[in-house]
Write a protein that binds this ligand. Structure first.
Ligand SMILES: Nc1nc2c(ncn2[C@@H]2O[C@H](COP(=O)(O)OP(=O)(O)OP(=O)(O)O)[C@@H](O)[C@H]2O)c(=O)[nH]1
Ligand SMILES: [Mg+2]
Length: 324
């Protein structure tokens, strides 16, 4: 079977819209489906997806609201193809960007076969989790509650565990415990997810790990360094545009613009004598080199685009739109 797809595999394999990609016929009893990873910000959804897929395709950080786009990670085993849909953490939106992100998470719930509701096992169930549970219970999609960060649970975690067991029981959801960081419990999670999928075809070529183009991930890797290296409002005020990716036999040239909302943020990003921009650039360059397994020349520009987070037009231009 051949289909037309726009897909990227991490090992430097880019297919364009028009190229034909061949997808093998699935063996009998093969299982496949889409699994939505849903939860509050910062509970470890993107870390989990990277671990399950075995490659870094989603950026992660200790700052809440790291993920902005719905992002697919694909895991193909001899018996199943699991397509994970990482989503922005669900929270109370404070601006237009937040609203677009939460809206997209809600759409994701409806468009998947199974929801993996990820919670932070280091703290007891709170209002944020109950809000999401309520949202999930209104959908027909089956839900599995996944308790993450068990590696960091306090020694007496009974009360925490009970708070989630109570929640899961009230909706009759299955529960599973794991650590996305150490990998403990992930084989069990994988088996449980496969059990919950129906027989189905390969949706993507078996060697593919994400549906995102490489240049999108490049932009994300730059944003990740900004999240890690700058503080307060700056990380949430940036949007990255990749202006050029030029491949030569010896090096790949990448030109990117960091859009910010205010002059003061531009100042912080550039830093004294350009020191901050240099630090961001060199760390991001290393990450991008890993992504494409090749040498990279990265040039960054900073541009002020006032209030881009409030404007639907600017949001769409920068790649954030409500998905249908
Ligand atoms: N100790 C521990 N930390 C974890 C685990 N999983 C994730 N983390 C950390 O939790 C923080 C948030 O992880 P992310 O994967 O970015 O969380 P997220 O849910 O995708 O966050 P948003 O995209 O903001 O919604 C990072 O600092 C991770 O290293 C885990 O199993 N154990
Ligand atoms: Mg995330």
């Amino acid at each position: 079977m051949t289909v037309e797809l726009k897909v990227t595999s991490i090992d430097n394999h880019i297919f364009s819209f028009s190229e034909e990609v061949s997808i093998p016929q699935a063996p009998p009893e093969f299982k496949s489906g889409f699994i939505g990873i849903i939860g509050r910000p910062n509970v470890g959804k993107s870390t989990l997806m990277n671990q399950l897929v075995g490659q870094k395709i989603a950026i992660t950080s200790p700052v809440a609201q790291t993920t902005r786009n719905r992002l697919r990670g694909i895991l193909t085993t001899p018996e199943a193809q699991l397509i994970f849909v990482d989503t922005p953490g669900i929270h109370k939106p404070h601006h237009q960007l937040g609203e677009v992100l939460v809206q997209n998470a809600k759409i994701a719930i409806e468009s998947v076969d199974v929801v993996l509701f990820v919670v932070d096992g280091t703290v007891a169930c709170g209002a944020g989790d109950r809000f999401i549970a309520e949202l999930l219970s209104r959908s027909q999609t089956p839900v599995i509650l996944g308790l993450n960060k068990v590696d960091q649970q306090p020694t007496d975690s009974q009360q925490i565990d009970d708070s989630y067991t109570h929640l899961a029981e009230s909706y009759q959801w299955q529960t599973v415990k794991f650590s996305a960081k150490t990998g403990v419990g992930l084989p069990e999670l994988q088996n449980l997810l496969i059990e919950n999928l129906d027989n189905g075809p390969f949706y993507y070529p078996p060697d593919l790990v994400t549906d995102q183009p490489e240049r999108f991930i490049m932009g994300e890797l730059i944003r990740e360094q900004i999240l890690l290296l700058t503080r307060e409002e700056v990380p949430h005020s940036v949007a990255i545009a990749i202006d050029l990716v030029e491949e030569t036999p010896s090096i790949t040239r990448v030109l990117a613009t960091i859009n910010v909302e205010r002059d003061s943020q531009k100042g912080i990003l550039i830093g004294k004598g350009g020191s901050m921009l240099k630090a961001i650039g060199s760390a991001a360059r290393e990450q991008i080199q890993k992504l494409i397994s090749g040498k990279v020349y990265l040039e960054l520009f900073v541009k002020v685009q006032p209030k881009w987070r409030q404007s639907r037009v600017s949001l769409a231009e920068l790649g954030y739109r409500v998905e249908e």
